[in-house]
Design a protein around this ligand. Sequence first.
Ligand SMILES: [Zn+2]
Length: 445
Amino acid sequence: MRLRHLDLEVLRIFASIAATRVVDAAALARIQTRRLRRLVRYAYRHVPFYRDLFERCGLRPDDVRSARDLSRLPVIGTDVPRARLPEMVSREVDLDRCLRRVTAGTTGAALLCPWTRLEMLLDMMRWTQGYMRHGLRPWHKQAKIGIPPLMNRRPTFLQKLGLFRRRYFPVLESAPAKIAWLREQRPDALFTWASCLDEISRQLEREGGSLSIPLVFSASDMLWPDTRRRVHERMGARVTNTYGSVETGPAAWECPVGGGFHVLTHEVIVEILDEREDRPSRRGRLVCTPLWRFTMPLFRYAIGDMAEWDDRPCPCGSPLPVLRNLQGRACDLIQWPPGGPWVLAAPLLRPMYESPEVRQFQFVQEAPDRFLLRVVDEPTFGPETERRLLADYRTCFDGKMHVRIRKVARIRQPPEVKFTTIVTLKRLEEIRIRGGDVGCFFEDT
Ligand SMILES: [Zn+2]
């Protein structure tokens, strides 16, 4: 078998990750630079999109020698890989034969992310390494509550030996069903979205119950302080928050001492840019360059999240830079039925991700039982699509939830607010309190 350059690059990272000690800032900077240069050279040579982009910017691979030089490249949003996927994938790879994962879409538009098996393994190893730094042990029994299509994985070699055993449960099941499953599984560690932790802990509070799960890892969306407190009270858990995505892999881990998020700068370059002019800024939007992704390299990828740098050294002594006020994906809870328990609004999202006729969308809650669905449509979106979506929502909420669809040319929202796919009444109120203009959520544009 002939190894592709891509596999060699990924193997090289495997080897160096296993050998890296995160203690010395200068050494980490050297690793970052070396990996960036290799990635740039690879992308220029094998990825048509970047060959073009470099040429249009008048750049040769040697012009991008450090993180600072990245500013010579434009920022790309999630719409670019969506629209130009075949050009963004390495010519060494057959797109039809890659593994693919769909991102849940923080920007209201799902993206198909191609990988090789080796990259998938590297990603798993990086997540596991982070979990182990935060208390996970190979013999721990793990429970994961997530999206069903990602979960039908065959057990790995280690799992067959009884190590890193993991059981899965669908996030769209009701909170009581999730609790019953967790009682039966008795896991040592739980992995799920923050909003799902919110839902489970609220349900435990309602029924006066509790669970005993020593380790909880929260990912994907916003972990609010009151959720953390409730999870600690009702599950006795130590909660660790993580920041990452399908596109970047794990990018930052919450520090148990300082409370901020340490960025793994030698694996993912993170920039914070000002919203209007894309200049480096203390606070603004997060732009990531994962240094380990070769099937579909991403340079300066704006993932749709916002954050702030903390310049003070972390009391834990780590040399890794610290992010704070991370506004990640927020999938808020809604009270359903109105006045009833707080539940995940995720059932609203599912029909969207299954509709290729929808380019981008956002739900805005107008009343406890009423949502406005703003849609940027593809040409294939017709009256039939609209009828199908409305019928889906009638079934899903027993005809008691009113959804109206409005097609818009683009989704407008206050510039200082992170885009979320669902804007609940609670979130509208928070934006209003901070002086944001909530009117634009309801305007036709
Ligand atoms: Zn720290």
